[in-house]
Design a protein around this ligand. Sequence first.
Ligand code: ZN
Length: 131
Amino acid sequence: MKSKKINISTRKRLEFVDITLQINEFVNDSGIEDGTVLIFTEHTTSGLTINENESGLISDMENILKKLVPEDRYEHDRIDNNADSHLRSLLLEHSLLLPVSDKKLQLGTWQRIFFVELDGPRSRNISVRVI
Ligand code: ZN
């Protein structure tokens, strides 16, 4: 097993960050030929997902999260003013378990791994473990 923390500096309040290259690089460096990679975000106002990296689709994904969970008054805002970020994270994954073969992530042609910032910009940590 090999593990690592990856730090991500986000730039916007809501942002899809493609982390596929960083994950693939770590998988390759791990020397593990066949297994699985576990990716986990350590934050309650972020998420992970797999989708296509196409600029129009990224705008659509940002917009659907805003539409499904609009900026509004929520009870958690009494203490933190970021309830919409926590609620948007309900719609995403917080860990992903993906197949590794020949020291490479086995993703479909159009699949990319996204870290989703929901309360940025800030510095974030994700944990990656190749097993
Ligand atoms: Zn909060």
